[in-house]
Write a protein that binds this ligand. Structure first.
Ligand code: C2E
Ligand code: MG
Ligand code: MG
Length: 597
């Protein structure tokens, strides 16, 4: 049976406040009621229960202003009554009113969730009134505090997640990798199993960003991350380290071969194009693989996987490379070059040598190629073939070209007046530069600054990196040609420059690499190839330059096969500017005369 509520001075139509008294002693209950009547000035109702189960029923049915609780009820007693009620009804202010005048118990009651503790022996209506008011206020403050704490805990958890995850892809980030990978390494060590680290990035991602825009680049990374997430196993750790770099750590491998499946799955992620804003973008990863305990710590493991990835990138026909000890020395050298390269310009360690290019039709050769030289105090002479591919991937590349242009300006200023007009200065640039409009703007400014007429410049395009946006490259080439510059496709025959480029790019010269020219006098296949290329180039309106002519025999046959220009040690070596100015033309004329004899 539901206990009856006692309404005291209830005002019709207005919802009166409701108090709950839990008291099993009827005399005490009456006493509390009368104290309450004096204590509460407003209209209110009161409900009195004499058992704990009834108390719970009442609380389940109604909302009370406060509970005046005698802890010891016949069916359940003790301090646990307070903690249970506090937990189940966190918004209910509880005032304990008990016959036990015990300070220790009072403290315990407050700790367990009561807002106040009164002794029946000393209670007065004033005390009860104050206690109820305080209890309600304390409860309100307590609830506000609790809410604030919850919000701050939520915020902290969110910050924690943000600090450990990448905002773009939601994958774990570098910080998370730095904390998770060592744990996986320890687990592998404990269980005496292999751990593998796969480090990979997306080939040509920079080009995708440049040509389709950063939003498309971001979307590509997001889609790649989604596909990767569904590809790796729960137990594998996948993270985005930054940019287009990802890592997968997989541990507890019984043998190294187990990693092949994962590699296949990773590669399959890139089989289908990514559809982004009407573009169908195909991209491939370069994956470097290293193992623990071959690498005995995380730092070394990352270094080895990175080194292997670098190797995978360098090899055109493979997208995966496993770390081997042979890679180590190459890698160390690359690292050394990379670390010293950035200071080379500032420290004036670069120089430009000039090599004459000979034309059988002209006695006086006025085509000159500018070739960069690096003398590093730490590494000695470093060949451009060793450092240019590193420079090409760094922001230094444009500053290097600026330096080369400045040196060309210097050479031009030293040349005698009549020759100047026909000078053609070949400046090497990489395809990624030519596909950047801002680089071309800069180049035009530099030529002006160093007083080099545009028609005196031939840009030699070397293409070590993949160029995915040949469209932009071609557009910029057209723009520069319209200003009078010429464009040469360098290193033809090495695999870097392909027939496709002949069709896509507006070109003036085709430079046959030394691999085709070497021993051309005795190698009939190379002869046939060269003859064919010369014929094709001429039909396409291009002149042909044979590079790397080292002997009279090579010189003669290259002339015979119709090459328009010849370049090589046989004619002239690359020389520092002063030497070039004083000797180059005279030497070339002599060689020409000897060759003709
Ligand atoms: P490249 O543009 O094909 O330059 C021709 C290379 O052949 C030069 O090597 C030159 O010194 C070398 N050479 C000339 N005649 C002979 C010869 O008879 N026999 C042999 N074996 N080699 C000969 P170098 O100076 O070591 O430059 C290598 C490459 O580095 C250049 O190849 C070019 O692609 C790149 N490079 C040089 N300077 C620059 C630069 O300023 N910017 C850029 N982007 N690349 C540069
Ligand atoms: Mg060149
Ligand atoms: Mg070349």
């Amino acid at each position: 049976m539901t206990p009856a509520k006692t309404a005291i001075t209830a005002v019709p139509g207005k919802r009166s406040s409701l108090y709950l008294i839990a008291e099993d002693n009827p005399a005490d209950a009456e006493l509390v009621k009368s104290l309450l009547q004096q204590a509460v000035g407003e209209e209110y109702s009161v409900l009195c229960v004499d058992r704990f189960d009834k108390l719970k029923d009442a609380l389940a049915r109604d909302t009370f202003e406060a509970l005046i609780l005698d802890m010891n009820l016949p069916d359940r007693s003790g301090i646990r009554n307070i903690s249970d009620l506090g937990q189940q009804y966190p918004e209910l202010p509880i005032v304990v009113l008990t016959g036990q005048d015990d300070l220790e118990l009072a403290v315990q009651s407050l700790n367990k969730g009561a807002q106040d503790y009164l002794s029946k022996n000393h209670v007065t209506s004033e005390l009860l009134s104050r206690s109820l008011r305080y209890a309600r206020e304390r409860k309100k403050i307590e609830l506000r505090l609790k809410k604030a704490l919850q919000q701050s805990a939520y915020r902290n958890a969110k910050l924690q997640t943000m600090a450990q995850h990448d905002a773009l892809t939601t994958l774990p980030n570098r910080a998370c990798f730095q904390t998770t990978a060592p744990r996986m390494l320890m687990r592998a060590a404990r269980s005496k199993k292999w751990l593998s680290l796969l480090y990979f990035d997306l080939n040509g991602f920079k080009k995708i960003n440049d040509s389709y825009g950063h939003l498309t680049g971001d979307e590509l990374l997001r889609q790649v991350a989604i596909r990767l997430k569904s590809t790796v196993r729960e137990s594998d750790f996948l993270a985005r380290l930054g940019g287009d770099e990802f890592v997968v750590v997989t541990d507890l491998l019984d043998n190294k071969r187990q990693i092949y499946k994962l590699i296949n799955r990773l590669q399959s992620v890139f089989h289908k194009p990514f559809n982004i804003a009407k573009h169908h973008i195909l991209c491939t990863p370069s994956i470097g693989v290293a193992f623990y305990p071959d690498a005995e710590n995380l730092q070394l493991l990352i270094k080895q996987a990175d080194c292997a990835m670098y190797e995978a990138k360098a090899k055109a026909n493979t997208s995966v490379c496993f770390y081997t000890s042979q890679l180590e020395s190459q890698f160390t050298r690359t690292m050394e070059i990379e670390s010293h390269l950035s200071e080379a310009l500032r420290a004036a360690q670069f120089d430009v040598h000039f090599q004459q290019v000979f034309s059988p039709g002209q006695a006086q050769a006025n085509h000159i190629e500018a070739l960069l030289r690096w003398h590093s105090p730490q590494l000695g002479e470093v060949a451009p073939d060793e450092f240019m591919h590193i420079a090409e991937n760094s922001p230094t590349i444009n500053e290097i070209t600026r330096f080369v242009v400045s040196k060309c300006g210097e050479l031009l200023s030293l040349a005698s007046a009549p020759d100047k007009a026909d000078f053609k200065l070949a400046i090497n640039i990489c395809a990624s530069q030519l596909s950047s409009a801002s680089f071309c703007d800069q180049l035009i400014m530099w030529l002006e600054k160093y007083h080099i007429p545009a028609h005196s410049v031939c840009l030699e395009l070397t293409e070590r990196q993949m160029v995915d946006d040949s469209g932009e490259c071609s557009a910029q080439s057209k723009r520069l040609r319209a200003l009078g510059m010429q464009i040469a496709l360098d290193d033809f025959g090495t695999g870097y420059s392909s027939f496709t480029h002949l069709l896509e790019l507006p070109l003036d010269y085709l430079k046959l690499d030394r691999v085709l020219v070497k021993d051309i006098d005795s190698n009939t296949r190379n002869q046939a190839l060269t003859a064919g290329i010369v014929e094709m180039a001429h039909r396409l309106g291009m002149k042909v330059v044979a590079e790397g002519i080292e002997s009279k025999e090579e010189f003669d046959i290259a002339c015979e096969l119709g090459c328009d220009y010849l370049q090589g040690y046989y004619i002239a070596r690359p020389m520092p500017i002063t030497e070039f100015v004083s000797h180059a033309f005279a030497q070339a004329a002599d060689k020409h005369l000897q060759a003709g004899a």
